[in-house]
Design a protein around this ligand. Structure first.
Ligand SMILES: Cc1cc2nc3c(=O)[nH]c(=O)nc-3n(C[C@H](O)[C@H](O)[C@H](O)COP(=O)(O)O)c2cc1C
Ligand SMILES: Cc1ncc(COP(=O)(O)O)c(CN)c1O
Length: 217
């Protein structure tokens, strides 16, 4: 398995591609919009790495549900493995593997829980079935069987007037959003003969000024 890059019509990535403030935001939004326009599967999917208390990393895919100058947001269960990792080690790295576009973007930085009101607004926008599903699952904890999981889901639905009911499903305390506040963002565009374009932007912790550098591939 070996695929050459540089034919996807990307091209032209360099430090000068980064404009605006913070410098990573415009290009990231442009690339994400291109992923949506090209209908690549789940363009907002990102692989998020967290570290456990022993410093061992773990990765999993989550969906990025908001982006702005403060960072990138995803939603999950606070009692999941990643939630427990973030409680003791509030840092993460996230990668958007846009392979169909011969691109990837990495983020690294501290992680904070978003405002409860923002989670509440997002929760209200989710389909009822997804709300019930979140309540039914003690994420990342073992369960004896699929049948037990489905029984839990039925019990939760019954508590709130059924799957098709109209009783509101309350936001559980252990579910919410996290924001990765990037201190480093790296853009990668595939090039011919493995001579890819890489631009890394790093935020100076004292001045808040972003510095963009081309890296060797
Ligand atoms: C495409 C895709 C999107 C996903 N999005 C989310 C998400 O937004 N939030 C979430 O909690 N889990 C999501 N998952 C499930 C996670 O990958 C993971 O299995 C789950 O969050 C438990 O992770 P943990 O045990 O490391 O905490 C997604 C999985 C896939 C494949
Ligand atoms: C368990 C879980 N929680 C949350 C999400 C976030 O996405 P949504 O709010 O669209 O369900 C996903 C998406 N796959 C998910 O699988």
């Amino acid at each position: 398995m070996r695929v050459g890059y540089g034919s996807a019509g990307g091209g032209g990535l360099g430090p000068e591609s980064l404009t605006g403030e913070p410098v990573w935001l415009d290009l990231f939004e442009r690339w994400l919009a291109e992923g949506v326009a090209r209908a690549i599967p789940e363009p907002n999917a990102m692989v998020v790495a967290t570290v456990d208390a022993a410093g061992v990393p773990a990765t999993r895919t989550v969906l990025c549900k908001a982006v702005d100058d403060r960072g990138i947001v995803f939603y999950t269960n606070h009692d999941s493995d990643k939630g427990r990792h973030l409680a003791t080690q509030p840092v993460a790295s996230a990668t958007f593997p846009w392979i169909a576009m011969e691109r990837q973007v990495h983020f690294r930085g501290p992680v904070v829980q978003i405002e409860r009101a923002e989670t509440q607004a997002y929760w209200a926008s989710r389909p009822r079935g997804s709300q019930l599903g979140a309540l039914a699952s003690t994420q990342s904890h073992p369960i004896a069987s699929r049948a037990d999981l489905e029984a839990q889901a039925r019990a939760v639905a019954d508590r709130f007037g059924g799957v098709d009911g109209d009783e509101p499903v309350p936001l559980p305390d252990n579910w919410g959003g996290y924001r990765i506040q990037p201190t480093t963002v790296e853009f990668w565009q595939g090039g011919a003969d493995r001579l890819h374009d890489r631009v890394r932007v790093v935020r100076d912790p004292d001045t808040g000024v972003w510095d963009a550098r081309r890296l060797q591939p």
